[in-house]
Design a protein. Structure first.
Lengths: 145, 141
């Protein structure tokens, strides 16, 4: 099954989802699409007009273009997803996922889709790590049924 | 979706005794038709999606919980990302922060492999009964 991960460039989530036999939907794949096929200078920093128009499907015209640009990438992935794994309060949400409003909108879109979602936290100790990995394992194992 | 190539990033957990050099040498012997580049955290591999999938299967067999991976959008040595040509690395902060967490994840995966199964299950969400709501209201009156 296709599982959307949030933060969309998280290595831990990508690895765990793939390790447990599902297809992770991550930002890297959609960025590769732009790197390989579209003549823009530096995706995802530069977007095309089509991307901004695509973003209008997920956020209003009054929303800053950065949010719309991000949602034009994450939005189609959320639509294609069968489930999602979300990390709460990811503390280093900067770089290409560094917009809190986009992250809020992403969570809202996931909720609106109505797909099964698991919310986990980044671990700070061994027990936390077991909780995170165990919950993801249970959640993804249950998707097969 | 673009399928001509797949670039992967293999990252060694800080708790592992495997070095990037050892990883690269072993990756080279596992599958043919791959482009491999050694990095400070592990290596980058590039090939067709089938080749990379075959490699990942072998890597996970050999370094079960020690090596983690994710896809990478840009090809290896792309001047827009390559440090040697002063490329920017906007995803590096995320990578660096998650690298620090890998020993915990590795330990958890090892524990599950050993058969340990004690962890906090997610709390079951249920509607609040009226009687409980009444008690809460009474407590804060």
């Amino acid at each position: 099954m296709k599982v959307f991960i949030d933060p969309p460039n998280s290595m831990i989530l990508f690895d765990l989802v793939e390790r447990l036999g599902h297809e992770p939907l991550s930002s890297m794949a959609v960025i590769q699409e732009k790197v390989d096929n579209i003549e823009v200078d530096m995706p995802p920093m530069n977007v095309t007009l089509d991307d901004v128009v695509k973003g209008l499907k997920y956020a209003g015209v009054e929303v800053p273009s950065g949010i719309r640009g991000r949602l034009s990438l994450w939005g189609p992935m959320i639509e294609a997803a069968d489930a999602a794994v979300v990390i709460n309060d990811a503390p280093f949400s900067f770089g290409c996922v560094g917009c809190d409003r986009s992250n809020e909108m992403t969570k809202y879109l996931i909720k609106r889709r109505g797909i099964p979602v698991l919310y986990v936290n980044y671990p700070s100790d061994a027990a936390g790590a077991k909780t995170m990995v165990g919950q993801i394992k249970d959640f993804l194992g249950g998707l097969k049924a | 979706m673009s399928t001509a190539r797949e670039t992967r990033l293999l990252m060694i957990s800080p708790d592992s005794k495997v070095t990037p050099d050892q990883l690269v040498r072993n990756v080279h012997t596992m599958v043919t038709g791959l482009l491999v580049k050694e990095t400070c955290y592990g290596c980058l591999v590039e090939g067709t999606p089938e080749t990379v999938a075959a490699l990942m299967k072998l890597v996970r067999e050999r370094y079960r919980n020690e090596v983690f991976s994710k896809r990478r959008g840009y090809p290896q040595g792309d001047p827009r990302r390559c440090r040697a040509q002063h490329g920017t690395r906007p995803g590096f902060a995320q990578l660096e922060a998650e690298w620090a967490e890998l020993p915990l994840i590795q330990g958890a995966l090892d524990a599950f492999d050993r058969g340990e199964n004690d962890y906090d299950r997610p709390a079951e969400k249920r509607p609040l009964p009226v009687s409980e709501l009444k008690n809460i209201c009474e407590a804060y009156r």
